[in-house]
Design a protein around this ligand. Structure first.
Ligand code: NDP
Length: 249
């Protein structure tokens, strides 16, 4: 059996940087047609567009803030217009902040939940008419949601709720042949590490290396692999699961 996404139409949120970019490029190389979105204009969006243009397939990159319901609806309408159907969705776009709980403003609580949780609710709901039997939804969670992380109560609350959403939808949508799973990353090295002072990046690498069985951080490609498996027909009997991709934390 071979992993192929040939002919599949995918919507991946937050594809310009980090894990999302890795998923978009891996999916495109596996034969999928991909529509992805981003929030901020800039070099990351421009460079993804250039790479996608050189990749076989029907790929689209649009600006849409998934933290806003109206923009989510526009994004799904764009997927319908471009593809007519969806065979897979990856709810990847996420935001994080580090704030003591006692000082956490209500606006920040809402901002983090809107992008990390509410976006998934709305995207899946609005996409239902486009999702047929055999389609697959992958929600990107976080390994830290199960453990809890100080200063990130809002983020971990959202990511833990993604697991509840996923398990309920797996049961509710399973009879229609729609699978719903979570991939929960541990610490994956993205461009964010390049933007840090070198000593801080090295410190983080050393800390997480000590905490994982594999004694290192993960790569974007290593996260994309399990996501592609869940999008593909190789996982046709897997639903409601949370796949931890964390190097054995
Ligand atoms: P990055 O910050 O590197 O990239 C996030 C991507 O999502 C960017 O393309 C960004 O676009 C886009 N994005 C963010 N907010 C929005 C929005 N409101 N609307 C549209 N696009 C948006 O994140 P990571 O790659 O590190 O994380 C990806 C996912 O994995 C997230 O859900 C995160 O919580 C999860 N995760 C990551 C871990 C890690 O170690 N990296 C660990 C655990 C979980 P733009 O640049 O335009 O804002």
């Amino acid at each position: 059996m071979e992993l192929s996404l040939h002919g599949k139409k995918l919507l991946v949120t937050g594809g310009t940087r980090g894990i999302g970019r890795g998923i978009v490029l891996a999916a495109a190389r596996a034969g999928a047609d991909v529509l992805t979105c981003y929030r901020q204009e800039g070099e990351y969006a421009d460079s993804l567009l250039r790479v996608l243009k050189d990749t076989d397939g029907d790929h689209h990159l649009i600006r849409a803030d998934v933290g806003r319901i109206d923009e989510v609806d526009r994004l799904v309408a764009e997927a319908k217009h471009r593809f007519g159907r969806l065979d897979g969705i990856v709810n990847n776009a996420g935001v994080i902040s580090h704030i003591p709980f006692a000082e956490l403003p209500a606006e920040e609580w809402s901002r983090i939940l809107d992008t990390n949780l509410t976006a998934s609710y709305r995207i899946i709901q609005q996409s239902l008419p486009l999702l047929g039997a055999g389609s697959s939804v992958v929600n990107i969670g976080s390994r830290g949601a199960a453990a809890g992380i100080p200063l990130r109560a809002h983020y971990t609350a959202a990511k833990a709720a993604v697991i509840g959403l996923t398990r309920s939808l797996a049961k509710e949508l399973g009879p229609r042949g729609i699978r719903v799973n979570v991939v929960a990353p541990g610490v994956i090295e993205t461009e964010a590490f390049d933007a840090m002072p070198a000593d801080r990046a090295e410190g983080l690498r050393a800390t997480y290396a000590r905490k994982t069985a594999l004694a290192r951080l993960g790569t974007v490609g290593e996260l994309a692999g399990p996501v592609l498996f869940l999008l593909s027909d190789l996982s046709s009997y897997v639903t409601g699961e949370t796949v931890n991709v964390d190097g054995g934390i």
